[in-house]
Every structure is written in C-alpha cells, then in structure tokens.
Ligand binder design. Structure first.
Ligand code: 5GP
Ligand code: MN
Length: 345
C-alpha cells in the first residue's frame, strides 16, 4: 500500500488503509496534522479543512502545525480552523496519528519530521516526486491540489461538507490552480469547486482576501523588485528566462513581512518573451528561496530537483546557497539543455 509509483495515484487499498487509520482511533487519540514549511494556500487550506472534518467526526485531541516560525501569512489568517494551529514546539510529541499535507518529502517538514516515527503516519499529497514517506500514502499527481485528495478521504469517511470545512478546501483549490487558470483545471476541478461553493462560501470574498489584498508598502516593494527584473532571451536554449530578486533589506526598507513576496512570481511570469520565470527571495545571509515557473517548454520540476528542490512541471522551487550571482548562474546552467523534446512522462 505504500511506496508504490505515485504516477498512478492511490489504490483502493491505500484509501481503505487511510480510512481504517482514522476510523480505528481510540477516543483519546491525539491527531497531529502537519503541512510543509512556508505554508501556502494548498498546505494550510487542505490541512485546516481536513482538520474541521475530523472534528466533525468526533476527534477531540487535534492539533495542526507547520515547521518554522508560527505566524500565519495574513492572507490565510481568517481561515476557519486557524484556532487549531499550534507552534511547532507545542505540537504533540507523541501523536497517535500524524497526517501530512502537500509535502513531497520529509525534508519539507523541517523539525517536525521527527513526529513521523511516533504513531501511524498518513501522507496526503499531489506531487509526482513524493517519496512515499508515510505508513499510508495518498498521493495523486493528477490532483490539482492536495485538497482534492483531502476531500476524497473526507467523502470516504462519510463526513458531510459544511461551509467551514469547504472554505479551506476551496482556498487550496483556487490557490494551486491559479484561480482556475492553470492546465490542471479539469472538469473535475470545476465539479469539486461547485460542490464546495454549494455550501454557501463566497468566492469573491475568498479571492479578495487571498489574492487581491496587500499593504501599500508591498505595492511599493513590488514596483522596486519588478523594476529590476532581467530578461535573458537566449537562456533555456532560446526560450528565455526572466528573473528578479528580493533581499531581506528590501523587506526591511518597506517594512514588509516575507510572505508578501510569494505573489511576485505571478507578475514576473507574465513576461511574453520568456518561457521560464524566477523570483529569488533571500531567506538567510547566503540563502535564497527560489520560485520557478514555466509555460511548458521546460519542466521546472526536473530543473528544481537537479538543484536540490522539487515541485510540479509548471511550478517548482529550491533553496539556493551562496551569493546571488552564483544562484542565478546555477539556474542559467541548469536551463541549458533542459527544454523538453517530448512531453514529460
Ligand atoms: P512556490 O514557488 O510557490 O514556493 O512553489 C512552487 C512549487 O514548488 C510548490 O508546489 C512546492 O512544492 C515546490 N517547492 C518550492 N520550493 C521548494 C523547495 O525548496 N523544495 C522542494 N522540494 N519543493 C519546493
Ligand atoms: Mn499543492
């Protein structure tokens, strides 16, 4: 039931094992939900939506957490279920069941990876690169978001949807499909969105809070960072690279938290002259969190894996170490010869 090829998605036995892991919990069982470091809308939305579903099932000892500093990015602070979040240091040291969301490998769980060996571990994810690190793995690389898998499990557990549960799952779906614009937006995605919206959630409110609200300081910061974007038409064997960077000093000068930089890639990737776009965000003295996007000529997941990270075909990332110029140089080099000659498997 575990460690099988992720390309095929969960088997009936995987689903049955996951249902049994939840149904078999004793009345005082402690359940710890974990999502990946620097959580995004899919990580938090899937986790908190699923958490509220578990609460409806009667799970009493329930915590949700993620590695790193405990602050939830402002766009997600209003999500139903945030009250279940605890700082990682307060997370159950010996949970009976651990459920991981949107993390392709243990390395994305930081210090919380040590909870995996304590009780049963259940992994819900949609990265093709998922290493199958749980006792039970529900990994569907064809799912547009981890929340598709989360809803699949809630359905099999017989949990009825309510607006609170649906909100997190919808935020996850709309985040990972780029508001229903990306390739992964299949008819099934719209059918799931229809089910979630039927609970009464308001998509206009969700979009405004998640995508369309940022402090004025961030608007000014974006102007500066976009103003120094560099276009390299010859990169990626002539398919083009556009990139920019933001330092911690940029954040300090504009008095902004780091999460505001997550939206930058969506402006950079609009560049018509480049297949590949990158935003390089300083995360330490000589450490950079790199976001990469592709329009299809390059599988950026392969490129990111080669640079120590991971992700999806059209959206991936890695942590770069050393001076900025070196990180950009490694990206440029990795893009040479990376253009797909046939669709990826
Ligand atoms: P983003 O650019 O939005 O941070 O991430 C895009 C995708 O790349 C996400 O689906 C995430 O899974 C993956 N990703 C981003 N950064 C890293 C990283 O440092 N390591 C790994 N393994 N994956 C990453
Ligand atoms: Mn995701």
């Amino acid at each position: 039931m575990s460690g099988g090829p992720a390309a095929v998605g969960p088997t009936a036995a995987d689903w049955a094992a996951a249902v049994a892991a939840v149904r078999g919990l004793h009345a005082d069982a402690r359940v710890l939900l974990i999502c990946h470091v620097n959580p995004d809308g899919d990580a938090l939305g899937s986790m908190l939506g699923f958490a509220l579903g578990l609460r409806r099932l009667g799970v009493r000892h329930l915590q949700a957490t993620f590695p790193g500093p405990p602050g939830v990015p402002e766009p997600f602070r209003w999500l139903p279920g945030v009250e279940l979040l605890v700082p990682q240091d307060d997370a159950y040291p010996e949970p009976d069941l651990v459920i991981c969301f949107d993390a392709a490998s243990e390395s994305r769980l930081g210090d919380l990876a040590d909870r995996l060996g304590r009780g049963t571990s259940l992994v819900l994810d949609h990265h093709a690169s998922n290493t199958g690190f749980g006792d039970v793995n529900l990994v569907d690389p064809h799912a547009a978001a981890t929340s598709v898998v989360a809803l699949g499990l809630l359905d099999r557990l017989g949990v009825p949807l309510d607006a609170a549960t649906a909100t997190g799952l919808y935020v996850a779906l709309t985040t990972d499909t780029g508001s229903f614009r990306f390739e992964a937006t299949t008819p099934a995605v719209h059918e799931m969105a229809a089910r979630l919206l039927a609970t009464g959630i308001r998509p206009g409110d969700v979009s405004r809070r998640v995508f369309d609200t940022r402090p004025f300081g961030a608007v000014r910061l974006f102007g500066e960072v976009l103003g120094r974007a560099t276009l390299e038409p010859a990169a990626a064997d002539g398919h083009g690279l556009v990139w920019t960077y933001a330092t911690r000093d940029d954040l300090t000068r504009h008095d902004q938290p780091a999460y505001v930089l997550e939206a930058l890639i969506d402006s950079v990737r609009c560049t018509a002259e480049a297949d590949v776009s990158c935003v390089v965000k300083q995360s330490g003295d000589a450490e950079w969190a790199v976001s990469m996007r592709s329009k299809g000529a390059v599988d950026v997941s392969r490129v990111a894996v080669g640079l120590g990270g991971g992700g999806h075909r059209f959206a991936a990332g890695f942590t770069g170490r050393g001076p900025l110029d070196d990180v950009i140089g490694r990206i440029r080099a990795a893009l040479t010869g990376a253009v797909l000659t046939a669709p990826p498997a």
